[in-house]
Design a protein around this ligand. Structure first.
Ligand SMILES: [Zn+2]
Length: 446
């Protein structure tokens, strides 16, 4: 039987720029092609759309796929698990080098289309193939891929099961074991248990939150937290602003629901809010309230803020971009008093997001909060639950899937270390059945 090679292209030394390739016989499948945004943001005036992939590789913003030159075989498919930029953000820069279709769920394909459209340097002419969770597709004589529904922190997320002559390979990035999601269905546990029984020879899975003890709370808990903070105050006249991930459609839908209870008009502000939420509504994943306003362009955002300030902040609930302190995002401009919405003593800023644990985002966030506080804002931090599995979720998945081999991905070496420790407790042995890979390395399993 053919050996199976796993190439860790990106995302094994860091959070971001995920890309893994697997070759079986002469067939290659690529999982994800992501961006590492913080490596872009530390360089001022970087316009990704106009940059060459080799320059982006040099600054560590996209996976260094030059390692693929040494791999024998034909790429049969580029398959993406979900629409976060650390999984699809490099497609417009790298996919054109492979004559292979890009396969993903409908919402993810919608986002990929937008990325390809805004690209200025390379033409990605790959065929785009929509596939739903629960479906299977043959990509070569020996290989077929299957999508299995999971929950995470955006829409339409899946695991990819590759059926090979050697058994099943499960690419399990990113996920949480949420049995009570507020949007969409819970993970397809039944199918996961089944493939565990059918025989999985390798699982590649994220290690992002493997060090965090316990279980990641359901998105239902995040909705309760938000409700508690937004409804549970006697000071109902102040300005209130919510900031969260634009791609977190379930969280935004919850915020819109609560805005109705507060009797405030919801306003979505920021380029990415415009992009992700409008696409989700257009594709029928959510229904937007009739009084909702969405502003993506700076000029319109500023005009709307001026109107809100004159009509009375207490009538509105702005939901804005910028929770990581990204320069130029709406909340950062509010903190600089650049928008027409002047923060006054007692105005509330609700962070429905965690701080992405990289030094540059931590620094940006610190500066942002300090500026907001200097203007008198009250900060509500951590009104959030993670979209990533914690240690006990990993334990559960590992025992359910029971793979012969496991590789932690989507994290730095500390995160992988935590995952390895957990896996060792279930009986895996480092270097034998659990493997630590660094960017650029290949592991061959006989
Ligand atoms: Zn993700």
């Amino acid at each position: 039987m053919d050996d199976i090679g796993i190439i860790a292209v990106g995302g094994y030394n860091e959070m971001g720029r995920n890309m893994t390739a697997v070759h079986v016989g002469g067939d290659i499948i690529i999982f994800d092609m992501g961006l590492r945004l913080d490596q872009v943001q530390i360089h001022e005036d970087v316009e990704i759309e106009r940059m060459h992939s080799l320059d982006l590789i040099k600054i560590g913003a996209i996976p260094d796929d030059t390692v693929m030159k040494g791999v024998d075989g034909t790429v049969r498919a580029i398959v993406c698990t979900h629409g976060h930029l650390d999984h699809i953000g490099a497609i417009s820069k790298l996919a054109h080098r492979y004559r292979a279709p890009i396969i993903a769920t409908p919402y993810t394909i919608g986002l990929i289309k937008q990325l390809i459209k805004s690209e200025r340097k390379f033409p990605a002419e790959n065929e785009l193939v929509e596939m739903n969770a629960g479906e299977t597709k043959e990509v070569s004589k020996n290989l077929s891929i299957e999508f299995i529904r999971v929950q995470h922190s955006t829409l339409d997320c899946v695991f990819i099961a590759v059926h090979t002559p050697r058994g099943i390979l499960l690419y399990a990035n990113d996920f949480k074991m949420d049995r009570t999601p507020t949007l969409g269905e819970p993970p397809d546990i039944k199918r996961l248990k089944q493939i565990g029984k059918e025989g999985v020879f390798l699982m590649i899975t994220e290690s992002t939150n493997a060090a965090i003890v316990g279980k990641t709370p359901s998105e239902r808990i995040a909705k309760d937290l938000l409700n508690d903070v937004l409804i549970g105050t006697e000071e109902t006249e102040s300005g209130v602003i919510v900031t969260t991930f634009a791609s977190h459609i379930a969280r935004i839908a919850a915020t819109l629901e609560i805005a109705k209870k507060m009797d405030r008009i919801p306003v979505l502000m920021g380029r990415s809010m415009d992009k992700y939420v409008k696409l989700a509504a257009k594709m029928g994943y959510i229904q937007l309230p009739e009084n909702l306003k969405i502003y993506g362009v700076r000029k319109n955002i500023d005009k709307a803020f001026t109107r809100i300030a004159s009509e009375g902040k207490e009538k509105y609930l702005p939901i804005v971009t910028g929770h990581q302190g990204e320069p130029g995002a709406v909340l950062e401009r509010i903190s600089m008093d650049n928008t027409g919405y002047r923060i006054e003593n007692g105005d509330k800023i609700i962070f429905s997001a965690n701080v992405i644990p990289t030094p540059s985002t931590r620094a940006n966030r610190y500066v942002l909060e300090t500026k907001l506080k200097m203007r008198g804002a009250r900060i509500y931090d951590g009104v959030h639950v993670s979209g990533h599995a914690c240690k006990e979720d990993h334990w559960e998945l590992l025992r359910m899937i029971n793979p012969e081999h496991v590789i932690p991905a989507h994290g730095n070496i500390v995160m992988h270390g935590s995952y390895i420790e957990m896996a060792e407790n279930t009986g895996y042995v480092l270097g034998d059945t659990i493997h630590l890979l660094r960017n650029g390395e290949e592991l061959v399993l006989g």
